[in-house]
Design a protein around this ligand. Structure first.
Ligand code: ZN
Length: 422
């Protein structure tokens, strides 16, 4: 679908009664965009697209950006879009990233704008993140004077397939170099109008291991004539627990969970092989590397002593998300100067989820922050957890998060000093 003549024509403005109440900290010009931008968010919600299939979403994003005067680049990571706006002669270059993909979940909200596609749903609020960044993009293009380069990154496939990594591998920061890059994610359970920042490790790495334990099967009545992979697998599972409990510094977070185990069919048959699938998580890259080495060594040693073979297929998936210290403090100051201490989430701890924005932070310094989606259980109150069929992004958070991006751009690309480094 092309929107080239008027990008919001497909999204007739919502009547005031269908919009969340205006927040006093949101500028009137940003609030004035909400009838159209919330309608756009609802359109994205009704038409969710899975990883690397965000054809319609990326078309809407590209058409909007082009209409508002951005130079638009498409194709990084397949359906990725980058919008670039250069003003003045300033050398500073800022990147802001949103994710666009949905999840393979059947929606159960009953909302008028619920997914029209069974088995696909915006259950993580990436429709909201896209609408937030587009709202900021539009306001900045229309009303914000700045000096430098603003690069808005809309990525595919955040959910598990590494669209962020693909964009980096396709040359994102070579084509669009940034001094710093930032991303945000909504967070149910925190009040709308609060923002969360944390220096250092914030989200866990997430890796997958497939272990094939290969023995020699036979009749269940004659185990001495077999090499039983089931008993060996049981030993391996128990031994794996010692990596976290006995071989990892107790001050470091590490998780090894065996989530799947498959072997055999019949009670009187010893099978030839057992397959196990593990998820492995850590905050520190050193711990992540040590877990791989320990798992591989321990599994093969256990197998050897029990007379079977173990093939360990270790899949590096997402690295831990590590926020740059000075840029995170800088990002926090933007929220504090705007909303005061009441706008900050106190005592934010690292989260055990993972995020492929970590690939962008490995290539470019920056920070990932979270945005309160609300605490209530009711419709539109935003407290339902992400990845739940009853979840919906809270539209009340849209103008606040868009305003946050605008404030960050104003500080970064206008006149304020950048953070000092040791
Ligand atoms: Zn998400």
């Amino acid at each position: 679908m092309s929107l080239s003549c008027c990008p919001t024509a497909l999204f007739p403005p919502l009547p005031a009664g269908e919009l969340p109440a205006a927040h006093p900290a949101v500028p009137a010009e940003v609030q004035a965009l909400m009838p159209e931008m919330v309608a756009l968010r609802h359109h994205l919600h009704a038409h969710p697209e899975l990883a690397f299939q965000e054809e319609s979403t990326s078309q809407i994003v590209a058409d909007c950006l082009a209409q508002w005067g951005y130079e638009v680049h498409r194709g990084l990571g397949g359906t990725g879009v980058v919008g670039r706006l250069v003003r003045g002669r300033g050398a500073r270059r800022l990147g802001l990233r949103a994710d666009m993909d949905a999840l393979p979940i059947t929606e159960a909200t009953g909302l008028p704008y619920a997914s029209r596609h069974a088995g696909r749903m915006h259950a993580c609020g990436h429709d909201g993140h896209t609408a937030i960044l587009l709202s900021a993009a539009r306001h900045i293009a229309e009303s914000v004077a700045f000096d430098g380069t603003l690069q808005l990154i809309f990525q595919p496939a955040e959910e598990g397939l590494g669209g962020g990594r693909r964009m980096v591998e396709d040359g994102l920061f070579r084509l669009f170099p940034c001094d710093a890059v930032f991303a945000l994610h909504n967070m149910p359970g925190h009040p709308v109008g609060t923002f969360g920042f944390r220096e250092g490790s914030f989200l866990a790495s997430s890796d997958t291991v497939v272990i094939d334990v290969v023995g020699r099967g036979g009749h269940g009545s004659t185990p001495h004539l077999t090499c039983d992979p089931v008993v060996a697998a049981a030993h391996i599972i128990v031994a794996l627990q010692t990596i976290v409990s006995r071989q990892t510094d107790p001050r470091d977070m590490a998780v090894i969970s065996v989530g799947a185990i498959h072997a055999g069919e019949a009670p009187n048959v010893i099978p030839d092989r057992v397959q196990m699938k593990l998820t492995v998580r850590a905050y520190r890259p050193e711990v992540r590397a040590a877990l791989r080495e320990r798992i591989t060594t321990l599994v093969q040693a256990q197998a050897h002593t029990l007379g079977v073979r173990a093939d360990v297929d270790y899949h590096w998936r997402y690295p831990a998300l590590v926020n740059d210290g000075p840029w995170t403090a800088y990002a926090r100051d933007v929220a504090r100067d705007w909303l005061g201490e009441a706008g900050l989430m106190p005592g934010l701890q690292p989260l055990t989820g993972s995020e492929d924005f970590s690939f962008m932070l490995e290539a470019c310094p920056g920070s990932y922050l979270i945005v309160g989606n609300g605490t209530g259980d009711g419709q539109g109150e935003g407290g339902c957890s992400v990845h739940n069929p009853g979840y919906d992004f809270n539209d009340a958070a849209l103008p606040l998060a868009a305003t946050y991006w605008v404030k960050l751009v104003q500080r970064f690309l206008v006149d304020a000093p950048l953070p000092a480094r040791a």
